[in-house]
Design a protein around this ligand. Structure first.
Ligand SMILES: *[C@@H]1O[C@H](CO)[C@@H](O)[C@H](O)[C@H]1NC(C)=O
Length: 315
């Protein structure tokens, strides 16, 4: 009897919060400007893949907002350029640090974590951004080692960085895990099987870690970013016959991402229309109808003019 009463009480509380969060979600969707943005001046941010593209722009934003920023990239030259740029926007040049690291190597990530602990201190915001493009070929034509590398950089690397930096955040009961995934982690595409697989994996990992953090009743927060196509060099040449989803300019994408991070938002799909198109194409339309429509829109050929990333020897 007592057990039944307890469960009923818990059910009432649960229903209350479910309704509350539902209303809260729509309130902030309608009045986004009302949502509180956090102050990150005391935070230490680690951005992986900071040497170019979205990673570099995110690092600049974090520096502008006064955080201590640790930039890491496999490309030392690009990373140095980002560091040099950050020094000019940071409130204090001592707040900028750069390290070369191949995040696909578990050993390098753990060594990096140790170095950062000694030189900079504890990381409170981890931005898993480093990523490589897919082969942009039919899976039957993809090279094995390239496919494996894509999984290692875009997905497995997140295991190692999270294992290196999340325990400290949990201990201090303060921190933020940010995953730069992609709408390619929510829906498949032709000629991007390896890339999509890696992004699905990154999303599955992020969402599971987010649940674990809640289960541990920690105050560490998480943000999953799922942008559509961004006009960086990564998928240059991507085009649709009829585009329902416009490509994003890098600065615009990063502004929206930063906004979501500062608001401790759990997830961001950009452009916003993806919130409708993905459920519509994936779950609402029957599979055959979705394929027919995809063919008409030009989905089948959208990666035809994208040049596969050049992979250096030894990768
Ligand atoms: C990057 O910066 C470091 C430290 O200033 C320097 O030692 C290194 O030579 C630079 N590397 C490149 C490729 O510019």
């Amino acid at each position: 009897m007592a057990y039944t009463v307890d469960i009923l009480k818990e059910l009432v509380v649960t229903l209350f919060f479910v309704s509350y969060y539902f209303i809260e979600f729509w309130f902030y969707t309608i009045f986004p400007g009302w949502k509180y943005k956090k102050d990150i001046r005391g935070e230490t941010v680690l951005v992986t893949g900071a040497g170019s593209g979205v990673g570099r722009l995110l690092a600049i934003q974090f520096a502008r907002h006064g955080a201590k920023v640790v930039c890491t990239d496999i490309n030392e030259k690009g990373n140095n350029e980002t560091v040099a740029e950050l020094v000019t926007v940071a409130s204090n040049p001592d707040k900028v640090h750069g390290y070369t690291c191949d995040v696909s190597s578990r050993k390098e990530v753990y060594n990096l974590a140790e170095k950062i602990r000694q030189d900079v201190g504890s990381v409170s915001i981890l931005v898993n951004n480093a990523g490589v493009a897919g082969s942009c070929k039919y899976v039957t034509e993809c090279q094995d080692d390239v496919m494996e590398k894509i999984m290692k950089v875009n997905a497995l690397a997140h295991f190692w960085t999270v294992k290196a930096f999340l325990p400290g955040m949990l201990r201090r009961n303060h921190g933020h895990l940010v995953t730069v995934a992609s709408s390619a982690g929510l829906t498949g595409g032709p000629k991007v099987a390896d890339y999509c697989a890696s992004k699905f994996a990154a999303i599955g990992f992020h969402q599971s870690v987010a649940l674990e953090i809640r289960a541990m009743e920690s105050d560490v927060v998480t943000t999953l970013l799922c942008p559509g196509h961004i006009r960086t060099s990564m998928f240059e040449g991507f085009k649709m016959r009829f585009s329902l989803v416009p490509s994003l300019e890098p600065e615009q994408a990063v502004d929206l991402m930063m906004n979501a991070i500062l608001k401790n938002q759990e997830m961001l799909n950009i452009p916003k229309v993806l919130n409708l198109i993905i459920p519509f194409m994936t779950w609402f339309l029957p599979a055959k109808a979705s394929l027919q429509l995809s063919k008409f829109l030009g989905v089948f050929e959208c990666f035809d003019d994208v040049k596969p990333e050049v992979w250096s020897k030894g990768d």
